[in-house]
Structure formats: structure tokens, C-alpha cells
Ligand binder design. Structure first.
Ligand code: CIR
Length: 260
């Protein structure tokens, strides 16, 4: 159903970029164990997991989501807002080339995949410290010819749009109303996170199931109460690097392949 590109946790992760969370010590072995369990969970949901080459010099390279936006028609290689992350893109470009026509965000545009939430033909893009107006304008020019609507969404207090809101059902989003205005999604139903779990809005939807962090049990109960089927994964170590469940893979739908 999906190819899932992942990358092992870099041995340099202790030097990761941080914006909204204080630095805490990260246990590399534990982070890698949790990451392997995450990959196994993806496999359990029907994905074929393909690991990109390791990047021992690039602290944030496990967060592959930020390097590409993959749609059925094409893939957009991003220009991450953090300059330290731009060398993560070439290996992702190489892995995507057999599957999609690839286009790029060019300077002075910046865009992180974590700011891009695709729901049907609507592409919601967070205007954040990582994705600038020029990057969003370029994305709009690249996607509108394919029938997508690109909408700018304002986010505050968090790293990316998908720290604040993700899709958890066909017409349902999970969001933190302190970080994103629910009115930005007028045509969708929304459910709020438990206020005691501010980082709980990041869920990864694969088919009709969501991979969801074990660390947010009260929000998990809310999801369950509205019928969302969730599978738990431990994310405590990568959360210290400001990552969540969407960040650690790039999903490539195999229903569409290049040239098909
Ligand atoms: C960064 O600041 O870029 C990394 N430490 C965390 C990136 C997480 N990515 C994501 O939410 N898509």
C-alpha cells in the first residue's frame, strides 16, 4: 500500500536542533529501539519500510518527513528552514526518483514537510519559523496545476503545523487549539487534545489506523471515544529532539508509480 522511507537515528542526535523544548539528554540506544519498533509498527500496518542511508554527521536526519512532500502526481523536495538540515535532502531525492517526478523548493523559499498537511485536495501549510511565505508560494505554484488548493495556516508556540494538527479520520483532525485556530479547518470535524498533553496532536494516519504516541494516554482516550483506531508506539526519546510520529517517515503511496 505504502512505501515508507525511514532513516536510523543518527549517532549525532544529541546535537539536534531544538526550538521550543529545553535540551535533555537523549539515550541513543533507547531512541534506536523505539525507532525500530516504530518501523515494525509501520510494517504491521502494511507499509514496506525502506531505510535511507545512515547520516551519522547529521543530527536530525531521522526526521525524514521534513525533506519531501510526496503526492500521487509528484514529489516536492523541500528546502528545510534549518540550514543544518539541508544536506539531508539529496539521499531522499535519490530514493524518490524511481517513484515520482521530483521538483524542488528553491532559495529564498524554505519549507519543512512537517508544516504540510494534505487532506484530499487541500494542502494546509504552516507559516512557521521553518516554512516561509516564499516557500509556500512556490509550493502553491507547483501544486495548483495538479488540482490542489494550497492554504496558509498560522501556527504559534510549536515547531510545525503538524505539531499542532494532524488528520485522524476521513473528515476529522486532532488539534491543539492553543497552537492553531480550529477555524482554519471549517469543513472538517475537529477533536482537541487533552490540555495537559500539549504535544499530543501529532498522529500518523496509515489507512484507517493511526500510529499514536504512548506518552499521551488522555488524548488517546479521546481518540478512542470517537472511534479512531490507534496503535501505540513509544516516542519518548525522539520527543526530546522535538520529533513525533509523522516526522520519522515519508510515505509514498504505491498505487501511483512514476510513468504509470
Ligand atoms: C528539528 O528541529 O528540525 C528537529 N529537531 C525536529 C524535527 C521534527 N520534524 C517534524 O516534526 N516534522
Amino acid at each position: 500500500m505504502h512505501l515508507a522511507l525511514t532513516r536510523e537515528v543518527s549517532s549525532a542526535i544529541v546535537r539536534c536542533t531544538l526550538t521550543h523544548v529545553p535540551r535533555q539528554s537523549i539515550d541513543l540506544d533507547r531512541a534506536r529501539r523505539q525507532h525500530r519498533a516504530y518501523e515494525a509498527a509501520l510494517t504491521g500496518l502494511g507499509c514496506t519500510v525502506r531505510r535511507l542511508p545512515p547520516e551519522p554527521q547529521l543530527p536530525d536526519a531521522v526526521f525524514v518527513e521534513d525533506t519531501a512532500v510526496v503526492l500521487d502526481e509528484l514529489a516536492v523536495l523541500t528546502r528545510p528552514g534549518a540550514a543544518s538540515r539541508r544536506s539531508e535532502v539529496p539521499s531522499v531525492a535519490e530514493a524518490l526518483a524511481p517513484h515520482r517526478t521530483c521538483v524542488r523548493i528553491e532559495p529564498p523559499g524554505t519549507l519543512d514537510g512537517g508544516d504540510v498537511l494534505v487532506i484530499g485536495r487541500d494542502v494546509h501549510v504552516g507559516l512557521s519559523s521553518r516554512s516561509n511565505a516564499e516557500g509556500i508560494a512556490q509550493l502553491r505554484r507547483l501544486l495548483e496545476p495538479h488540482g490542489y488548493r494550497v492554504r496558509t495556516v498560522f501556527v504559534t508556540g510549536c515547531l510545525h503545523l503538524k505539531s499542532a494538527v494532524t488528520q485522524v479520520g476521513p473528515e476529522l483532525v486532532l488539534l491543539n487549539p492553543a497552537w492553531v485556530d480550529p477555524e482554519a479547518f471549517p469543513t472538517l470535524r475537529s477533536i482537541s487534545i487533552d490540555p495537559g498533553e500539549p504535544f499530543a496532536a501529532n498522529a500518523l494516519r496509515v489507512g484507517n489506523t493511526v500510529l499514536y504516541p504512548l506518552e499521551h494516554p488522555r488524548t488517546a482516550e479521546r481518540l478512542q471515544s470517537v472511534g479512531v483506531e490507534a496503535r501505540s508506539v513509544e516516542t519518548s526519546e525522539l520527543a526530546k529532539a522535538e520529533g513525533g510520529v509523522t516526522c520519522c517517515c515519508v510515505l509514498v503511496s504505491s498505487s501511483t508509480t512514476k510513468g504509470a
